[in-house]
Structures are given as structure tokens and as C-alpha cells.
Design a protein. Structure first.
Length: 210
């Protein structure tokens, strides 16, 4: 449990000997849990989309095709995106740290970056609860339920909390993977945090003005 309570020491000890086995396992678990959330909302989401498309004049057949695509993508997208974002976050951390003369191979940054998914895994029960609440609203109000203020603001706020926890990991990940002093590691991790926070903050502000 040292990676939870003393990540700096933990990453420092494993950075030169860790294989891809544990990082892949962490990202896979996070992706699977994301797909579980997607599975919970997939069917009612697909129905809500189909009903909305019919209201806009789409034929039943076309609406059903769109609904099927929506259902499948809602389940698969979180799993696929977990791996894509893993690489994107590692690339950003590695690239920004290069401006501070960071040392170390990209593979090391990539492996340690997987630990940034631990907060997602820890917060899974809360995300699952929000998924079930989303289903209730979708069944009651259809696609318009996605604009529910309480649900949307709670989901976005939870996502921000997760990212703030991830930020702590990113600091020690890049510090150890790229051999940076703490100040430079904080700046590097802060760049990634800001990039990821921008859409969340924009969505939250939009919700407040809805």
C-alpha cells in the first residue's frame, strides 16, 4: 500500500525494475470498471437517443441503428480511452519534463504513468452510484436527463477531485521517472492537470449557467 501513502518512495524504488505487467493490469482494471459503468447506462442511453432521433424526424430504422451504435460505444469507449489517455498523459509528462532537461526513457514514464489510474479505481463505487442515478433519470426524462443540474455537477465535481488526486501521483511519477527536482516536477504535472481540467471546468461553468 506504499504507492497510496508514500508514492515518492515507492516510485523511486520501482522505477528501474518495473515491467509492463503491473501498469497494464492497472490500466486494464480501470478500463474494465469504466466499461462496467458504461454497461449500466448503455441500454437506457441508447433508448433515450433513439426516442430523441425519432422526435427529430429520423426513421425508426435509422434511430435503431444509431441506438445500437450508442449502446456499443458507451460500453467499449471507456475501455479503449483508458489506454489512449494512458499514452497521451505519459507523452505530455515526458515532453514537458524535457523542457526541464528530464532524463530517462519514455518507457519508464509510461510505466509509472499507469499508477495515475489508481484514483479512478478507488472512486469506482461512487461513479457506479452515479451511473445508477443516471439510469433512473434517463428512464424518467429521456435524453434531457443528461442536463440534470445535480447529476451533471456532481459527476463533474467528482471527476475534478479524481484529477486533483492524480496530480499528486503525476508529480512523483515525473519526479522519479525523469529525475527532476520537486519544483520542476510540480510544474510539469500542473501542465497536464490544467489541460485535463479545462474541459471539465468549461462543462461545470456551462452547467451553472444552464
Amino acid at each position: 500500500m506504499e504507492f497510496l501513502f508514500n508514492p515518492d518512495k515507492y516510485f523511486g524504488e520501482i522505477k528501474d525494475k518495473i515491467s509492463y505487467k503491473v501498469p497494464l493490469l492497472i490500466v486494464t482494471i480501470s478500463g474494465v470498471l469504466g466499461s462496467v459503468n458504461g454497461y449500466v447506462v448503455a441500454k437506457p442511453m441508447a433508448k433515450a437517443v433513439a426516442d430523441m432521433m425519432v422526435e427529430y424526424g429520423t426513421t425508426e430504422e435509422q434511430a435503431q441503428m444509431i441506438a445500437t451504435f450508442t449502446q456499443v460505444s458507451t460500453i467499449l469507449a471507456p475501455f479503449i480511452m483508458a489506454f489512449i489517455l494512458w499514452f497521451v498523459m505519459a507523452i505530455i509528462l515526458h515532453a514537458v519534463s524535457a523542457l526541464f532537461n528530464g532524463k530517462g526513457e519514455f518507457s519508464k514514464t509510461l510505466k509509472l504513468s499507469a499508477f495515475g489510474y489508481i484514483p479512478n479505481i478507488v472512486f469506482f463505487p461512487l461513479n457506479l452510484y452515479l451511473s445508477f442515478e443516471t439510469v433512473k433519470l434517463l428512464n424518467a426524462y429521456g435524453f434531457a436527463a443528461l442536463n440534470n443540474f445535480e447529476l451533471k455537477s456532481t459527476s463533474i465535481s467528482l471527476g475534478i477531485v479524481v484529477m486533483l488526486w492524480q496530480f499528486i501521483y503525476w508529480v512523483f511519477i515525473v519526479k522519479n521517472a525523469r529525475e527532476l527536482e520537486i519544483r520542476k516536477a510540480v510544474i510539469t504535472a500542473l501542465v497536464l492537470l490544467i489541460l485535463l481540467l479545462i474541459p471539465s471546468i468549461y462543462s461545470l461553468v456551462s452547467t451553472l449557467h444552464f
